[in-house]
Design a protein around this ligand. Structure first.
Ligand SMILES: [Zn+2]
Ligand SMILES: [Zn+2]
Length: 134
């Protein structure tokens, strides 16, 4: 599926091809902190299909407890997470953040990882009273 992405301030725009079957929720504690949310939703795009159309993302190199490094790209102006890659100048994949994609409503997650650190209260929010317009 062709996807179009943009950060909140629209300084960074990009496009790519993704496989909707590979949309994943990550419940790891790094994703919780980095997103400010209970989990992150991402989908990989191969480097051949990823095209940065405008802007220059900033990079934060995250070192996991295992020592593994990943480059996390985000908008320097508004902070929106854009993608992550291996710690390489020519990565094979760009892991796109689904919330920044125009097509996000058509990209429901198909699996989740790091379930042992999943926040129990985030697993089913359907019973929380909804108030529109807030
Ligand atoms: Zn921005
Ligand atoms: Zn994670």
């Amino acid at each position: 599926m062709k996807v179009n992405g943009a950060c909140h301030c629209k300084e960074i725009t990009y496009e790519a091809e993704v496989d909707p079957a590979r949309v994943t929720i990550c419940n790891c504690t790094d994703c919780q902190v980095l997103t400010g949310s209970p989990f992150r939703v991402s989908v990989p795009a191969s480097a051949e299909t990823f095209r940065l159309l405008a802007g220059k993302p900033s990079v934060y190199v995250k070192t996991a407890d295992s020592g593994a490094k990943r480059r996390h790209f985000f908008c320097p102006k508004c902070g929106t997470p854009v993608s992550a890659t291996a710690d390489s100048d020519s990565p094979e994949n760009y892991t796109l953040r689904v919330g920044g994609l125009v097509e996000r409503a058509r990209l429901p997650p198909k699996r989740q990882i790091w379930c042992r650190s999943a926040l129990p209260w985030a697993q089913d929010v359907s019973g929380i009273p909804g108030i529109d317009g807030q």
